[in-house]
Design a protein around this ligand. Sequence first.
Ligand SMILES: *Cc1c(COP(=O)(O)O)cnc(C)c1O
Length: 447
Amino acid sequence: MDAAEFRKRGKEMVDYVADYLEKIEKRQVFPDVEPGYLRPLVADSAPQDPESFEDVFKDIEKIIMPGAASPACTELETVMLDWLGKMVNLPKEFLAEKDGQGGGVIQGSASEATLIALLAARTKIIRQVQSEKPELTEAEIMGTLVAYASDQAHSSVERAALIGAVKIKSVPSDDTFSVCGSALKKVLDEDKAAGLIPFFFCATLGTTSCCSFDKLLELGPICNKENIWMHIDAAYAGSAFICPEFRHLLNGVEFADSFNFNPHKWLLVNFDCSAMWVKKRSDLIGAFKLEPLYLQHHHQESGLVTDYRHWQIPLGRRFRSLKLWFVLRMYGVRGLQEHIRKHIRLSHQFEHLVLQDERFEICAEVVLGLVCFRLKGSNELNEALLKSINDAKKIHLVPCHLREKFVLRFAVCSRTVESTHIKFAWQHISQLATDLLKTWEHNHHQQ
Ligand SMILES: *Cc1c(COP(=O)(O)O)cnc(C)c1O
């Protein structure tokens, strides 16, 4: 949708809302649809090709309004998470379909999804331990629980453990910044020997610092065997799995208990929209279900009815699946795949430009839209380069440390980015590096 159409559609939307409010007395206050009414009205999977805004919009009155507000909101979300799950080819156990044990939910952020997974895992393990040793209190058990994540994991994982009041340990990543099976096995063996209970492992696909991937195919079987909940945080990288050529990066998801990625990061859906799936919805509901009398007016829960308040921390929720529905239909799977592929093509273009300049080095394999690079030389030199780039305010880079090295990160993210922008960015960086190296060598000489 270009700017001209956006203006037009935006104005139509305002009219739609104003008409709705003007004629609100003609509408029924409570819907009379049956649970499960929505699924048969919507396709089984996302369209391959784009649909027009008009076609999508027509369905609002036809499909959404009869179920306003709560049934439509819940049911569209369940179906959209099935669409999205199929787009990344998740194993069937993660889908809700008509009577599945699993299913998806939209959380506000990856941090929240990790926290929810950790809390569900904590409840599950406490109940298991108590059934074997009823003399132990919940507090005694919690004192022995340990969660794990890569030393490259996002800080939100440590945060989840902090909020969940359990220990967390980082598992050393290998020289490609990935956690492999033997590294996890080693810490598990040590901790079990010390009387601790490992219960949760958060694997990362696409780490924030350098977009590395933990080795799910090695880690998954270990977690399954050791009765450890495996959660996968693919906040950024997950969107790429809609392309068949990148789906192999998700191999091993079949061993996971929960999986999460953020369509709001790389799938053109506005913030916030973090998609989370579980294999066993009963694990979440078991952890969070409380039913005070004032909330018992809802339908009896059945396989057909999902009650998302048991899947999340807040009670109330927004209708976030609408934007997913619009984006998936207006781009089509093919349109979204093109978007991802273009970004990855452009990051490789940048990588090639870096490699052609022998003053620079690439610091981690370029897999998706992130390029980690630096000047060959000291950390101080690279810190100075970053400062001169960010001070110029034409492009903006965020750095990271990879082991002891200070590294610059070039991330392709804009919806409208083109090859010319990449060339511009590289020319700019290269010129600033030339300027910096002149004064740097000069100063160095005088010392
Ligand atoms: C961005 C990111 C997060 C944090 O995402 P929020 O949705 O902001 O909580 C967590 N993990 C990884 C790997 C990320 O890239």
